[in-house]
Design a protein around this ligand. Sequence first.
Ligand code: ZN
Ligand code: ZN
Length: 340
Amino acid sequence: MAPLTWRHHTLLQALLSRGPLPEPDFHALFTDMTGGKNPATHKQLFVDTLGKINNELKYLNFDLRAGINQYDGTVYYGVINTIADEESKLGSKYSVPQIAFYKGLLEAIVQEAGNDGTITTIDAFNVRIDNQVIIADSTQDSQSRLPSSITNFSFNQKEKTLDDLIQDRWLSYTSPGNIGLGIRSFLDLRSWFRSNDIPSCEVCNEAGIKASTCPNEGCNVRIHSYCLKKKFSQRKASRACPGCSTEWPRQEGEDEHDDDEDTNEPEEGQQAPSAPSAVRSSRKRRKGVKAELVEEAERAGPSSAMPRRSSRRAKAEVAQEASSSAVASQPTRSSRRRKN
Ligand SMILES: [Zn+2]
Ligand SMILES: [Zn+2]
């Protein structure tokens, strides 16, 4: 296969040096690089080019992909590290307690009960980091064995880390005083969302971090607001939940005569426009994977099998725990699971 040309390197260089780029910027770059070939009119060339770049990147555990900022529906392109742990994703810039703080914030944001995908800055500063560090030897008191960098992680250090994480777009301000995920987390954590059982959007199958929930209390269906808008504008007659047929209320700002000109929105039943190597998992495959996981857990025996709880019930329990305790932040579901 022919090596990458200067054209490919130009695209890569832009993404690596400037970070994730909004789709219009990335498309403009592609158009420049190809002497006027717009991805909208030269779809195959665009897909082939990204495929060629990804063929080379995969040997280095990198991937060029598209992802959506779930707070505003904007599509971005970025190069991500496909090695799973946060330590390699956050690189050498962040220290162990800083990475532990990021993991704590991440868990608080994705498990936030309102499915808004945001926490207040006050909650952010109250995130515990001691439960993010795995103690190999459980025979001793774990608190006494924590490194002092963890136990002494100060308010000022949290403040500085929060600033850095927002600057580097791992996190973002979703509104004044509220913190959510940044575009790099949306791009990078696709497999983390899946392995942590974050419920997916019923329409696009991506994790529903910021999503609307079905008005029916007993139904766990989540749909991104941009997917909801697309789905219900196509079928004006029915606004029924795909899970339980309950009527979904109209969202704020949703117009009955909305046309479909917004190209940022993924087609119904498809993922966001994505680089060729991005996982295009069908709903069928997702169910298959889940079934396998259950089987695996059952084979492994009751000690390692987690009781399967509906996310709504789990959230209710977390809320109860939080309200019945004076501690501002509780150990989260996944950190508890780690100790099992
Ligand atoms: Zn969606
Ligand atoms: Zn429903």
